[in-house]
Design a protein around this ligand. Sequence first.
Ligand SMILES: [Zn+2]
Length: 308
Amino acid sequence: MQLKDADLQPWEAPDGLVKYWQLVVPKKLRSKILNESHNQITSGHLGVKKTLSRLRQKFYWMGMRQDVEEWCQACNVCCAKKGPKKRGCAPLQLYQSFKIAVFCESCKLLGIKKTRTTPLRPQSDGMAEKFNWTLGQELAKYCVEGQSEWDEKLPALLMAYRSAAHESTGYTPAKLMLGHELCLPVDVLMGRPSGEELPTDTSSYTKHLQERLAEVHHQVRKSLRFSGEVMKSRYDAKANEVNFQAGDNVWFYNPQRKKGQSPKLQSPWDGTYTVLDSLSDVTYLIRRSRKSRPMVVHVNRLWQYHGP
Ligand SMILES: [Zn+2]
């Protein structure tokens, strides 16, 4: 593919610190770009925000946000692993309290003193927990066919994580550590504009790097304060009420323990099922196919199917 100047447009972040040349993508190439930026292993099936900010580093088209939202919503791999945003959590609590008891007992045995974070209360160690959770989710999406090579997939997934903007800081981990973005397969696919400025000698590179890092780190300290407030307001938000109609296609939350497989690397959402009837506010009759037996299930285990 040949790049012309007319295909490029400049983009500047609101803080004025980041400037990119974005490639204006024609309609017929958009699904290819979306696929490269979301589905490939170095893209990691990350969520809407991360996929969008990854795309914005390089591409532009009208209605990009909506396209990304729809792409992620229709991605079967993401849906099967993630499920809906809000769900009841009674069984999880039971499981957690068992784990807490085991962990406390182990600490006592090993003479470990508890610090200010509570064991297995992820909220008290948000950053690390969020990272572990994200990585676990991404790993599971690439372990659909088998769990044995999860460790081989780690480097590519870490590349995906490092090249995606972090919600709290607004920057990619690569940018914060290295002062520049990573070169990804999609860059090879689409090429980069020839006029991009690159430092010529090492001393000016180091100087620029130091300046860029100082600026970026300053910006991050500001964003982190803001992000804490956003997290709190999200935490305070109320759960949505869900309703399904007969004939709706749904995902069914059905985590299964398989011998020799870790539940963390499995996709617990099974689909699709069809809603046959609503039996009460919280119970529905569903079935997988015409031949299978209908089941009565709780609404917390259901989620609207958006896929094809
Ligand atoms: Zn996906």
